[in-house]
Design a protein around this ligand. Structure first.
Ligand SMILES: [Zn+2]
Length: 287
């Protein structure tokens, strides 16, 4: 059964580790993340962007697929199904469809409007035991066509949103979606520490986990980050493994064109990436 992200993140915060959110794109992706979480005995959050939701034929399709896998694959570790960077309407749709967690990204609205809409969604979600992630200050890079500039959040605004009763809070601290540029300034730990000081026990979320050096990840966790989003890194490892298979001409040998064979190296590559991240985040054996 899907669970809200609240309990797993409260435990992560207390235990000084982070739970990974791995974005899914199809059946192979979902199966790879779930099996790895089970093998690592780690809690996990499956992330679905609105674009990926459309690609996978809608939120209800995804809920059906994930719930089916939890049963058929005997997944017993805590799993949350979470809308990533949701709009107000998208979040409402996911709550209706059976997601156990939603992010409302109101960071592009003026703070008053972000607060108003976040409040409304919290009351709808709370009634169903669904966790809510809110965002303050855009996170740099591109996420489904939305481009930010590595912004840094205002700690006071973070406190205002945290006080509304959100489950977890994403705050820009110089992190970027996608690949990091050569001249990236790194994470702003002063701002992170200030946000943590003002928001107390609130689990903080680090978006754009791909390519942040391991020691920065560990420092961020020590300063209160309890959820780290990984998306691009699985895409890169899937693509590289698939390329290798095709460049080696394996799709031309025997029944190598069978999708169950063609997609197998990419599937294994996602599993390896997810395992590596769970080890780095410290969530192994924390289910
Ligand atoms: Zn993000």
């Amino acid at each position: 059964m899907l669970v809200s992200a609240k309990e797993m993140l409260t435990k992560a915060k207390a235990g000084k580790y982070a739970v990974g959110q791995f974005n899914i794109n199809n059946l192979e992706w979902t199966k790879a993340v779930l099996l790895t979480a089970q093998e690592c005995n780690s809690p996990v959050i499956l992330g679905v962007s609105e674009g990926a939701g459309k690609y996978m034929a809608g939120y209800k399709t995804i809920v059906g697929m994930v719930n089916g896998m939890l049963q058929e694959l005997n997944i017993t570790v805590p799993v949350a199904l979470h809308l990533d960077h949701g709009s107000y309407e998208g979040a409402k749709k996911c709550i209706e469809a059976g997601f156990s967690s939603v992010m409302f990204d109101g960071s592009h609205y003026p703070i008053e409007e972000n607060i108003e809409k976040t409040k409304e969604l919290i009351s709808i979600a709370n009634a169903k035991g669904i966790s809510v992630e809110a965002e303050v200050g855009a996170i740099g890079g591109e996420e489904d066509g939305v481009i930010g500039n590595g912004e840094v959040a205002d700690p006071q605004e973070c406190k205002q949103i945290a006080d509304l009763g959100v489950t977890m809070l994403a705050a820009g601290i110089g992190n970027i979606h996608g690949k990091y540029p050569e001249n990236w300034a790194g994470l702003n730990f002063d701002v992170l520490a200030k946000i943590q000081e003002l928001t107390g026990e609130m689990p903080l979320v680090l978006h754009g986990g791909t390519g942040i050096p391991a020691e920065m990840i560990q420092k961020a966790i020590s300063l209160g980050v309890s959820k780290i989003n990984v998306n691009t890194e699985c895409q890169l490892s899937f693509a590289a493994a698939t390329r290798q298979y095709i460049e080696a001409g394996k799709d031309l040998q025997g029944k190598g064109f069978d999708p169950r064979k063609l997609l197998a190296p990419g599937f294994e590559a996602i599993k390896a990436t997810v395992k590596e991240k769970m080890e780095l985040f410290g969530s192994v054996n924390k289910a």
